[in-house]
Write a protein that binds this ligand. Structure first.
Ligand SMILES: Cc1ncc(COP(=O)(O)O)c(C=O)c1O
Length: 383
């Protein structure tokens, strides 16, 4: 799509991308799967099933996790507990989640998360009586999703594909699946609202006289309502769209875009870019970097937004849905930024954004005459 110059922007939610170049892409999940309205709906359907049929009592989630998801998990009534895991653990302690210091017992379920598509695999030792759920929302076609040894996989599909709704649930260990939930009338409207926002955004980017607020309000309204009511199935149109996109080429584009960004940003002394633990198995969800301090991060974020580049904090932990998140995870969240690198963008655009990040940070540090050192960063590797 050619974007009119004065409408150029980077980030935020997907615009409508014409499904014109489909590829024969297989899925890590097969026919035996449940397609849900969102990642959270997939979790809620699964947890209801696990509590009713498999004796689930406690659900362990990583300390570092999306708090809207935690809120949704808590709404099921299951006893949600934390275990120490986050992106910095991937770098410092290795690829896989570690639960050896967690007092697990039969009836417990452990949710393992592929943070930002960095892990590629989530294999941990499986313990008798303890089930596992893998979340590959950030890289659904990763090696780990194909080869999962979990009891369950449940994740969002709308984070990596331009579809208005969708999540999936299946069992790599062939457990009996919960029934496919119907599409609720509320969810149908939410998805249409989202689709309208995506289509209007495309027209805006094309230079049509569309007010930015018109599609932003629709997008926000749909996001606020999503996954709040009865868990829903995925709409027919999103299911159809799943077969319409060049999914694997887009995944490669994500990797190439990430690398283009990394090439420019590498060597910048006041930030650390996270990288995939194993390039063959995983593909970064976005370009994620950690600044030396919170003020510097906030300055860069604000400066980017002024220039219509919309970075994200994945995830804000300042008002957590669950108490007891250790400070190190909070610190990480406050110092990080995520720059989208999906197929909407070219390598040149990624390089341009990287240069703006560097310039914004340098300007800030020159003004404040304090050059923080890398040692002040809690993450000790993974640049
Ligand atoms: C890692 C991860 N898992 C699950 C979800 C939930 O997905 P959805 O928004 O489709 O419910 C999110 C959403 O932010 C996420 O980032």
């Amino acid at each position: 799509m050619t974007i009119v110059d004065n409408r150029w922007e980077h980030g935020s939610f997907f615009h409508w991308m014409s499904p014109s170049a489909a590829e024969e892409a297989d899925y890590p999940w097969g026919e035996e799967s449940v397609l849900c309205g969102s990642g959270r709906d997939a979790f809620r359907v699964l947890i209801e099933h696990g509590r009713a049929k498999r004796g689930w009592k406690r659900l362990y989630v990583p300390c570092y996790y999306c708090q809207e998801v935690v809120e949704s998990l808590l709404s099921t009534g299951i006893d949600v507990r934390l275990y120490p895991d986050g992106p910095q653990d991937v770098i410092v302690r290795g690829i896989c989640p570690r639960t050896d210091n967690v007092d697990l017992r039969p009836g417990d379920v452990v949710l393992r998360v592929d943070f930002f598509g960095m892990r590629g695999s989530l294999h941990t030792e499986l313990l008798p009586g303890i089930e596992t759920i893998d979340d590959f929302s950030h890289d659904p076609w990763s090696y780990g999703a194909w080869k999962s040894n979990a009891d369950w996989c449940a994740f969002s599909l709308r984070k990596t594909l331009p579809i208005p709704d969708g999540g999936v649930l299946w069992s790599p260990r062939s457990h009996h699946l919960p029934p496919q939930p119907p599409v609720t009338p509320e969810h149908r409207l939410i998805s249409l609202e989202r689709l309208a926002a995506m289509a209007l955004k495309t027209e805006y980017l094309n230079g049509k006289p569309i007010q930015k607020n018109t599609f932003l309000e629709l997008a926000i309204a749909s996001e606020v309502k999503l996954s709040k009511g009865t868990p829903s199935g995925m709409t027919e149109w999103s299911k159809d769209l799943l077969n319409c996109f060049p999914t694997l080429s887009w995944r490669q584009r994500r990797r190439a875009n990430y690398e283009a960004f990394a090439e420019v940003i590498s060597g910048t002394p006041w930030l650390r870019l996270l990288h995939s633990a194993d390039n063959k198995k995983s593909c970064p969800f976005s370009a994620i970097f950690i600044c030396d301090n919170v003020e510097l991060r906030n300055h860069i974020r604000d400066r980017l937004i002024l220039l219509n580049i919309y970075p994200a904090t994945l995830w804000p932990l300042d008002e957590p849905a669950i108490s007891g998140i250790p400070q190190e995870y909070l610190d990480f969240s406050r110092k990080m930024l995520s720059i989208q690198c999906d197929a909407r963008y070219t390598c040149e655009e990624m390089q341009r954004v990287a240069k703006i990040v560097i310039k914004s940070g340098d300007n800030y540090l020159n003004k404040h005459q304090e050059q923080p050192t890398q040692q002040s960063n809690p993450v000790s590797g993974g640049v």
